[in-house]
Every structure is written in structure tokens, then in C-alpha cells.
Design a protein around this ligand. Structure first.
Ligand code: NAD
Ligand code: GLY
Length: 359
């Protein structure tokens, strides 16, 4: 097991990465918190896969959790769902020492984190992420949220977990398309911070797709380390943390314009990363080899890299509504070379349209 510490003063915590960690979760949780009771939030499918293991691990340290089952899907990240959970926490007499455990992907993690941030003005919570995306991205860094009908993640808080327990074994039951979607965020870390990691991904794509254990360990460890370092520098995204949004400006527009049904988040981000690199190249920020390498790697990993048939004007319009846009100016992360990116706040819309029109 590898331990990474996220150093955020009194909000610091460890990320534990390894195999067979759900079986040890009782001890790993008890090392971090002394809860009055434990409530696990998860989806029914995940409970059926991992519920017994977690129950028996918690029983080894005398904890008997209550379970709250949440329907699957993005629509569960809602104030209505959060209100149902508050009712249950009230019935369970949850006090300030009650621990919430998020067992699932980003939907469960974001929702549980949000509830933990606001119930009784803050309960301790622990993330046990079970999708690749949640292991390399959403469980780390303390962004918690539910959606508003007008936009994703509009209602939320920065609220750090007490610990993140990443059991790589859970990836074995993950549907293949969800696994590949998580790989898009992994590639992103290579592009924004770590050229050697990008080389590693290029040279090991077959082993990665086969979920070779050593590769998965390196992938999750490096991704969490890169994200952790960024979060340590800028926890509340006043500037530097924005580099984590590389590829997301176009990606979010693609998701929104296809009504969140045609693409998983990571798939839309994969497309966005290619077009962001082409834009960087057109603006003279990087040489043409950069977008070519990014596209080739994403394709090797089975991810989409071409925009669907969408009107470029609509894509640009959608970007001005993104919650990260300020005064309708489109913020963009541009790549200068593999491993280095820059934040730009005022990209000329005609340059963007040129890249989008080229298809
Ligand atoms: P998800 O949580 O919806 O999980 C995807 C599907 O996989 C679900 O059907 C789930 O039941 C299933 N699943 C999860 N783990 C499984 C396993 N081990 N075996 C079998 N099935 C399993 O999707 P996601 O991609 O993990 O998360 C997406 C969410 O994350 C979005 O709401 C997004 O906004 C959020 N997000 C948050 C951050 C952040 O920093 N907080 C970052 C990125 C994304
Ligand atoms: N997923 C981007 C961030 O955590 O900032």
C-alpha cells in the first residue's frame, strides 16, 4: 500500500492506494477518525458487490454501519436527493462525530461530500472511490457539489475528506467504457504536469487497457500525486488549480450540447483536450507535434477525439455560460509542450471557431 499525504494545514489527509483495502477498511478508517457511528452512502449495485466486505471489515473494529442507498446516475446529485439524505441522518440521530463514508464513483463522492459539508455545519467523511475517474480525480481535492437545473455542480463547497481509501481491486468490476473515460483524466495529468508519465502512457497502452496491476498502481499514484500537488498550491481554485480543467472548456460544451446523454464526462474531455491542443498550436503556443501526440494516445486508449456534428457558434456560446467563464470571457488552458500548460482568460472567439470548424 502506498500513502500520499495532501498537505492542507488542519485539513490535511492521507490517500491510501493499494489492493485489498476494502477488506482492511475498518482499521484504515479507525486510524483516521473515532466516529460515534458510521453511515455508508452508495448505489445498490455497489452495495451488492462490496457491501458484505465493507460490513465485515468495519465489524473488526466494532463498527456496524447504517447504509443509505442512492439511485444511480447524475440526477442523484440534486438538492432533492440531499434533502432525503438529511431526513435519514436526522432519523439516525447523526451527531457531529458521525462519519459518512462515500462508497462509489464521483456521483456518490460529490453528493456525500456535499451532505457532509453542510449537515450540522460539517461531519467527517471518508472517500472509498470505486471508479477510475473518482480514484484519479473526484475523490481528491475536496470539491463537493450537487447540480442545479441550470447547470452542473453549481451548488457546492470545498470540503476535504478525512481520508481517501483507493482499493484498486474495485476497478475489476467497472464497465469498460467507464474505465476508459477515467483514462482521459489520467492523460490530462501527463499533459499538464508530467511528460515522463505521458511517455509511460504512450509506451504501455496495451497493458493499461488490460488493467495490468503494476500499471494501474502507477497510474493512480501518479495521478493522485499530480492532483494533490496542484490542490496544495491552490485549494479553492483562485488560479493555479484551473490547470486541472485542461480540455474541459470544450468538453463541458460537448456534454451540455449533447444533453449529457451521448458522452461520458471523460469521453467529452478527451475530445476537448485534442481541440485545446490544436487551438494552442494555431495560437503559436506549441508545435504541431503536440496535438498529434495527444490525439494518438487518446485513440490508443480507445477514447473519442473528434467533435460530433455541432454548430461551432453554439459550442462557443455554450462556453460563455460555463461556470468558469468570467464576464462571458472564455477561460482556456493552453498547452505549450507536453507537461506544461498556461491559463488564458481571453481567447478570441474567431480563433476558437476556426479550430472547431476544421472538424
Ligand atoms: P458515477 O459515479 O456515475 O459512476 C459510474 C457508474 O459506475 C455508476 O453506474 C456506478 O454505479 C458504477 N460503478 C461505480 N463503481 C463501480 C465498480 N467498482 N464496479 C461496477 N460499477 C461501478 O461516475 P464517475 O465517472 O465516477 O463520476 C462522475 C461524477 O464525478 C460527475 O458528477 C462529475 O461532476 C463528478 N466529478 C467531480 C470531480 C470533483 O473534483 N469533485 C471531478 C471530476 C468529476
Ligand atoms: N476536477 C477539477 C478539480 O478538482 O479542480
Amino acid at each position: 500500500m502506498k500513502t500520499l499525504n495532501i498537505d492542507l494545514d488542519d485539513r490535511s489527509y492521507d490517500i491510501l492506494i493499494g489492493t485489498g483495502l476494502i477488506e482492511q477498511a475498518g482499521r484504515l478508517i479507525a486510524e483516521a477518525v473515532f466516529p460515534s457511528q458510521v453511515v455508508v452512502l452508495t448505489h445498490p449495485t455497489i452495495k451488492s458487490l462490496y457491501g458484505d466486505k465493507l460490513d465485515s471489515a468495519l465489524s473488526t473494529v466494532g463498527m456496524k454501519p447504517n447504509w443509505i442507498e442512492i439511485p444511480e446516475g447524475e440526477s442523484s446529485k440534486s438538492l432533492t436527493q440531499a434533502a432525503d439524505i438529511f431526513d435519514r441522518l436526522f432519523e439516525l440521530n447523526c451527531d457531529r462525530k458521525s462519519l459518512l463514508v462515500a462508497l462509489g464513483g464521483g456521483v456518490i463522492g460529490d453528493l456525500t461530500g456535499f451532505v457532509a459539508a453542510v449537515w450540522l455545519r460539517g461531519l467527517p467523511f471518508i472517500q472509498i472511490p470505486t471508479t477510475l475517474l473518482s480514484q484519479v480525480d473526484s475523490s481528491v481535492g475536496g470539491k463537493t457539489a450537487v447540480n442545479h437545473p441550470q447547470g452542473k455542480n453549481l451548488i457546492g463547497a470545498f470540503y476535504q475528506p478525512q481520508r481517501v481509501i483507493i482499493d484498486l481491486d474495485t476497478l475489476k468490476t467497472l464497465p469498460e467504457n467507464e474505465f476508459k473515460a477515467g483514462l482521459a483524466e489520467v492523460v490530462k495529468y501527463g499533459i499538464i504536469e508530467d511528460p515522463d508519465f505521458f511517455d509511460f502512457l504512450e509506451n504501455n497502452s496495451a497493458a493499461i487497457l488490460a488493467q495490468d496491476p503494476a500499471c494501474m498502481e502507477r497510474i493512480v499514484q501518479t495521478s493522485c500525486a499530480v492532483k494533490g500537488q496542484v490542490v496544495e498550491k491552490d485549494e479553492t481554485e483562485s488560479n493555479h488549480r484551473m490547470i486541472l480543467n485542461y480540455g474541459h472548456t470544450i468538453g463541458h460544451a460537448v456534454e451540455a450540447l449533447t444533453h449529457y446523454t451521448d458522452y461520458l464526462h471523460g469521453e467529452a474531455v478527451a475530445i476537448g483536450m485534442v481541440y485545446a491542443a490544436r487551438l494552442s498550436c494555431n495560437l503559436g503556443k506549441c508545435d504541431p507535434g503536440v496535438p498529434t501526440r495527444i490525439q494518438a494516445l487518446l485513440e490508443k486508449l480507445g477514447l473519442p477525439t473528434t467533435l460530433p456534428k455541432l454548430d461551432p457558434d453554439e459550442i462557443v456560446e455554450s462556453m460563455t455560460h460555463d461556470k468558469k467563464a468570467v464576464q462571458k470571457k472564455i477561460r482556456f488552458i493552453l498547452v505549450t509542450q507536453i507537461g506544461t500548460v498556461e491559463i488564458h482568460n481571453d481567447i478570441p472567439p474567431h480563433e476558437l471557431k476556426k479550430v472547431l470548424q476544421a472538424g
